[in-house]
Structure formats: C-alpha cells, structure tokens
Ligand binder design. Structure first.
Ligand SMILES: [Ca+2]
Ligand SMILES: [Ca+2]
Ligand SMILES: [Ca+2]
Length: 217
C-alpha cells in the first residue's frame, strides 16, 4: 500500500514537471526584442503647449507658472493642467521602459498634495485652445499615476514625476499612433495643496520636460 502510494506520488510529480515546464517558459519569456534602449527628451516648446484650466472651465494659457493643481489666483481653484510634447519619434507598439515628466520649481511649497496624471487618449494631441474646458473635455487614458510630491524647497530645483510608463505605453499602443505624433499629459487633483512648476511662458528653458526610455529593436 505504501509502495503504491509512493509510486502514485512519483508519477504525479512527473506529470506535474511535464506540465509546469512550458508554463515556466511562457512566463519568463526573454525580452529578446529589447537588446538596447534609446532615450527621447522633449520639452514644452510653445506658450500654448502648457496651460491651466480653472475649476470653472476658463483657460489660462500664458501664466508664468503651472500650479499643480490648486491656485487661489483669480479663483482658478482646482485646476486641470495640460502639457503637450511635440514630435514623439517612437514607433507604434514600441515597448516603453521608463517615462517621467521633469518639472522645475518656480516657487517653494511643502503643503500636503496628491495629484493624478493621465495622458490624453488620442493619436495626435492638439494644442491647447482658448475655449472653455479645453483640457477637461479631452478623453483621458485608462492608465493614470498618482503622485504625492516631496516638499519643493528651492526654486530652480527639478522634480521628476513617478514612472509614467503605463500611460505612455497606452498611447504608443493605440492602433493609429504613428511616430512623430504629439502627446498630451494632464494633471488633476483635489484639496488645496499645490506644487508650482515653471511654465514655458515663465522660462522656456525650464518648461516641463518629457523623458521616455524605449526599446530599440
Ligand atoms: Ca503656457
Ligand atoms: Ca510664480
Ligand atoms: Ca499658473
């Protein structure tokens, strides 16, 4: 009886090994398509490529800074902030390895704040217009990333968003995405905290910078 049980267990473990081997290989598929990575960095390049939309919907495209996201100025209050990056020369479906937006502090702030970053779910994002709700009316990606920034304690210091790979990948994977299209990211939030970043209008050389690392075939 014991011998039969041992045999049974032995055959079960053999079958198990036969079954589990291909599964193991499928899970640990080597990334042979990604022999090296390339980096693309694109900074906001015109005044209307970064913008704030007031809680009431009015557009403010030439502000010298981008409050992420609460701004008492002119009752902007809980803003939606948009940034558009031109000429993203990455082919459709390319595997994204890392992505973030680098902000430069225009003012210091340590208030408690959490913001949410989405992309615009579109093939080729348009420049921000002056019509009401020009940012909030855009379709956002399913992917989003929450960000609770550390204190910004000196002006001119740079601060990177968390990894935005999921958002970037969703846009790059769109069926009609093509290399050279333009990409928009949108920052929203709740509460009355903020971090104040440079805009293009405040300092063109310190405007938000999109950094993407992607697989080179
Ligand atoms: Ca602007
Ligand atoms: Ca300012
Ligand atoms: Ca502003």
């Amino acid at each position: 009886m014991i011998r039969r049980l041992a045999l049974l267990l032995y055959s079960l473990s053999f079958i198990n090994a036969q079954i589990s081997l291909p599964t193991f290989q499928a899970v640990h598929k080597p990334h042979s398509s990604c022999s090296s990575t390339s980096t693309l960095e694109v900074r906001v390049a015109t005044g209307n490529d970064d913008a704030e939309e007031a809680q009431g919907g009015s557009m403010y495209r030439n502000s010298s800074d981008l409050e992420l996201v609460y701004d008492t100025y002119n009752n902007q209050n809980s803003q939606e902030v948009g940034m558009r990056f031109l000429n993203i020369t990455i082919a459709k479906g390319t595997e994204i390895k890392n992505a973030y937006i680098r902000f430069t502090a225009d003012e210091t702030s340590s208030s408690s704040v959490t913001v949410t970053i989405h992309g615009e779910d579109i093939d080729d994002a348009a420049q921000f217009g002056s019509n009401s709700n020009n940012i909030s009316s855009r379709t956002k990606t399913s992917a989003s990333v929450d960000w609770t920034p550390d204190s910004w304690s000196s002006t001119g210091a740079t601060h990177d968003s968390p990894d935005l790979t999921t958002i970037t990948q969703e846009i790059i994977n769109r069926s009609s995405w093509s290399s050279g299209n333009d990409m928009v990211f949108i920052v929203t939030g709740t509460g009355t905290g903020k971090r104040t970043a440079e805009s293009y209008n405040g300092s063109s050389s310190k405007a938000p910078l999109l950094h993407i690392e992607y697989c080179t075939p």
